[in-house]
Write a protein that binds this ligand. Sequence first.
Ligand code: GLS
Length: 828
Amino acid sequence: SIPAASRDLWQQLAIKEFTDKESFQKEFVRHVETTLARSMYNCDDLAAYLAASQSIRDRLIVAWNKTQQKQTTKDQKRIYYLSLEFLMGRAMDNAMLNAGVKEITKSGVDDLGFKIEDLLEQEPDAALGNGGLGRLAACFVDSIASTNYPGWGYGLRYQYGIFKQQIVDGYQVESPDYWLAFSNPWEIPRYEIAVDVMFYGYTRKYTNDEGKTVSVWEGGEQVQAIAYDVPVPGYDTETTNNLRLWASKPTREFDFEKFNSGDYESSVSESQKAETISAVLYPNDNFYSGKELRLKQQYFWVAASLNDIVRRFKKSNRPWSDFSDQVAIQLNDTHPTIAVVELQRILVDMEGLEWDKAWDIVVSTFGYTNHTVLPEALEKWPVPLFGNLLPRHLEIIYNINLFFLQKVEKMFPKDRDMLARVSIIEESSPQQVRMAYLAIIGSHKVNGVAELHSDLIKTTIFKDFVTIYGSDKFMNVTNGITPRRWLHQANPKLSELIASKVGSYKFLKDLNLLKKIEPFAKDPEFQKKWTEIKRFNKARLAAHIKKHNGIDVSLDALFDVQVKRIHEYKRQQMNIFSVIHRYITIKAMTAEEKKEVTPRVCIFGGKSAPGYYMAKTIIKLVNSVSEVVNNDADIGDLLKVVFIADYNVSKAEVIIPASDISQHISTAGTEASGTSNMKFVLNGGLILGTVDGANIEITREVGEENIFLFGHLAESVDDLRHQRRFNDLPLNPDLQKVLDVIDSGVFGDKDIYGSLVYSVTGSRDYYLVSDDFQSYLEAQKLVDKDFKDQTTWVSRSITAVANMGFFSSDRAIDEYAESIWNIEPVAN
Ligand code: GLS
């Protein structure tokens, strides 16, 4: 560190952040000319975006440095949020907002000949996630910083994020998302922070000086993890936390022997192999595929992160018994569960702690969040694969399991079934490591993400563990969303209108203040402005649709939106079937009858996992229906169908504020929470949904009269499935009509849709499309009818927004902080 005599000088030289337009412009021009080596003669929008971001980045780094220094000095307990996905979207607008320099930047670039909106469009999304789970992690790091908690995110720096989706001939076609092509101003490469990570090899037992038998892991392949730090600025606070993403690099650039002997090609192959570890995000949502590379990613990221966390702790010279007073680690799903084993390995093998002492530390450090009950999403690793890649970890898992089962056997003597059911090792062929069980056993708290979901995990997939541990270990933290991005950035006009009634923008940090607009729900003046803003947002989306789909949509029509990953359980198939039903119904109408129809634009969007045939078929059907309906002169503006390609965070910011109705229609009990449901309501759209996930709590908050619910309840799903499986139940007649139309070839060769149609017929209808179809159509009818009464509709929309305070991710983070992490904010 710097000698005391020089410190004064350092302090005098401390960087002055830009504070007004002129000082911003100086920074901007300096970056254009020096960082980018351009000038006013060749500064295009991309260069201007990069220069503006560099200027803002400098600010963030100053704040980041101060925050890290302060947090180090205060030395409070920190939360480390381990997530394999961070679906951040664009950074620039958020950075301007949170740093409070939006106006300065906007007018600053304006004088220099640029439009801020055009610059923002230059930024590629940081799309390091699949859907809700990854976006939740992004909202959480925003909230952790905004509420001044000392916390870091840890993830992987994928070179390729979620693939880009194009629609070719109605089908999804994937292409790689090379988001780092033009450099990334929002990250700080830390080449000096490099951690060696080992795979494969073998374990060896030996007797140490104290006469104890100990295990060592040796002889494996090494790769390096390099840190890239992404500053996460809090809103209206100086706190700027860190998101550390790891990239893999070879430990040695080349094999010099091979290089010298002229074998150039294979000399680089090892380096390429190492780099593939963090190269690409697995594109599956709610689905696990047991590939070795995926397990490598998980261990690589976990090993690097824990090494970092432990190193930081050791600097404080505290005893190990203090570890969990300084460190909380949250497992975002089972993806980082190997961390439980890695920490035990560090403590026992490397630091020489007794097993039981070490295990107490481990359990009090970790918390585990479960995000799904779908069986196809629960991670299990074949023992042979696991043992080959991580031999020492497998031994440790066997020990953890042994001690756990001994405890269970004491509690339930001779209950062999119980032992088999809760064992971390599933006795299948080959045996499998059940990661969720390991996560439960290795954590002090386990939480679900909405009330129904948290109840369901206790009564279904984790029932035995509730018997063993008691129910206190299991809790609920309902998900939330950040109002900064999902209200203020996405819908600045609505935010402004709300601020005019609340009296300030304080609601962006205390979302319960939204309550203050409730008295204006029926105020004609307020309603008028509310309606104008919705129309403005619809026009913005209509322009996007015109540009990308070439379809004209009427702003008077009801905008009905379902955007999310395509999945059978989310039932986009049911939605498109009802659109077909609507189409044939309108087609059969007289001119007089048509006058009564509420015009609708049915908007779909979302990616299918590349190997998910059924989801891809649904996309094809939506596009084929769109083709037929939009070009049918009998229909006109009464019905339009649009599939928006490449749905991502930036598109969500345009689509969500424009919706009148959004659909969240999963089979009850399958959607753990959903978070887009919260975003839509916060932006004044109403929900058409099932009694599932967070829809239930949204209903409680906004009132039953302000949501359209339908469908069977979670408690009857098992029975219905059972009946379907063993009885030849008739298909819902309206659904039958729809399937007949598909069969007739109106939407192209019926063979294309054969398996989709088959999947909702008779005993195959696992997601109960047929059972819910009638009540779904009825709810749709009610929506059509209610939309005609705009005065009531708008007042429902205002009332709903006024009651959305609970769904701020700041509230969710406070709950985690208080009941799982036991951390306090750092005083400013
Ligand atoms: C998910 C659930 O499917 C969503 O319901 C939930 O909102 C989200 C965040 O908790 O997690 N689980 C998952 O694997 N992908 C998700 O989006």
